[in-house]
Design a protein around this ligand. Structure first.
Ligand code: DNO
Length: 348
């Protein structure tokens, strides 16, 4: 396992120098943020990013994410050209030594929460999801500001897009995902890149949109759409965890022993009601997931890919990008590294 940290580039308040000082964090996960979705990532930009990260003594071989254009998810005729651009980006990433590419296939909205700064008992703030609040939100009014929301849409565009999706069923989305994978996985294989789909967060439909990467059964369907080691998963415990039927250690053992987990997002959540949850500190006792069991499962399957502590709360007065402050994520990384060190010693 290699402990990594997500860095949003020069705009990130958290600096590479700070990340480098977190014990046991050896790698950076990042992306090119200034190329519009659907266009090819120029190799020069990827090289510049890699050099900046490596100059600090940190590794860089994981991208989160190369976003998938909505036309591909919707199966529009324009998808072929967009997919061919996607393949070109994969080839460019490969030339620069990238090994893992995270992406998602969530229509319109990436990860979604109802509050971005809910105050917990200890005075820290966390991201929370309350189903009733989300049901009252109307994304087409444009008054929403969600962490995973592409704010480049105008109100009208968003309204149209949401309307278009009314025609798309879950099976349509599966077909469009299969079409995409059949084109990109052979390219990823040749480029020695492992594709790692990120689960839908939360793992159920929101705003009436279809969502399919939600459970063990569906992840199994995904890896069999194209049976290749390059067609794998980002196992995100905090995304799959809000559904209590998702047994995360079991999923890690199942997909890990098949060699299909290429990236691990490891954080805790606390289920507070039916389809309600809070982002908890990483320790097992603070949330609903057994983090020792999760790390043991990774250890047992010999997981040697990148892991990151994923999100953190805002603590010690820190402000910044929701979920992506320095302090709580650093504590999370240290806690997870502590469990890992114990497992390593015990297995010797
Ligand atoms: C949230 C992230 C997601 C993830 C994308 C992958 O914190 O894990 O936004 O990067 O879903 O495409």
């Amino acid at each position: 396992m290699q402990m990594t940290f997500r860095w949003y580039g020069d705009d990130d308040k958290v600096t590479l120098d700070q990340i480098k000082q977190i014990p046991g964090v050896t790698g950076i996960v990042s992306a090119i943020y200034d190329v519009p979705v659907g266009e090819v990532w120029p190799i020069e930009k990827i090289i510049a990013l890699k050099e900046k990260i490596e100059a600090k003594g940190l590794n860089f071989d994981t991208i989160e994410s190369v976003p998938v254009h909505e036309d591909i998810k919707r199966g529009l005729p324009t998808r072929d050209e967009l997919i061919s651009n996607y393949c070109e980006t994969l080839r460019n990433l490969s030339k620069v030594g990238i090994k893992v590419v995270c992406y998602n296939f969530m229509p319109v909205f990436d990860w979604t929460r109802s509050d971005l700064d809910f105050e917990l008992e200890d005075g820290s703030t966390a991201l929370v999801y309350r189903q009733k609040t989300v049901e009252k939100m109307d994304p087409s009014t444009g008054e929403l500001s969600l962490p995973g929301w592409d704010s480049s849409y105008t109100k009208e565009e968003l309204k149209d897009l949401l309307n278009e999706y009314k025609k798309i069923t879950e099976e349509d989305l599966w077909n469009n995902l299969e079409y995409f994978l059949k084109k990109i996985v052979p390219v990823a294989e040749l480029a020695d890149i492992k594709m790692a789909i990120h689960p839908d967060d939360p793992p159920w439909s929101i705003f009436g949109l279809p969502r399919i990467i939600t459970s063990k059964k569906n992840l199994d369907r995904l890896i069999n759409l194209v049976d290749s080691p390059s067609n794998g998963i980002t196992l995100c415990s905090g995304s799959l965890g809000p559904n209590p039927n998702n047994d995360i250690p079991d999923m890690i053992r199942y997909f890990g022993s098949k060699g299909r987990i290429h990236f691990a997002h490891t954080r805790n959540i606390k289920i507070t009601g039916d389809r309600d949850f809070e982002e908890a500190p990483h320790r097992s006792v603070d949330g609903s997931l057994d983090m020792v069991e999760i790390m043991t499962a990774y250890h047992d399957v010999g997981f040697d890919g990148p892991m990151r502590p994923d999100h953190g709360r805002m603590i010690w007065g820190e402000t910044g990008r929701p979920g992506y402050g320095l302090y709580d994520r650093a504590l999370g990384a240290t806690y997870l590294n502590g469990i890992w060190e114990t497992l390593e010693k015990q297995s010797k």
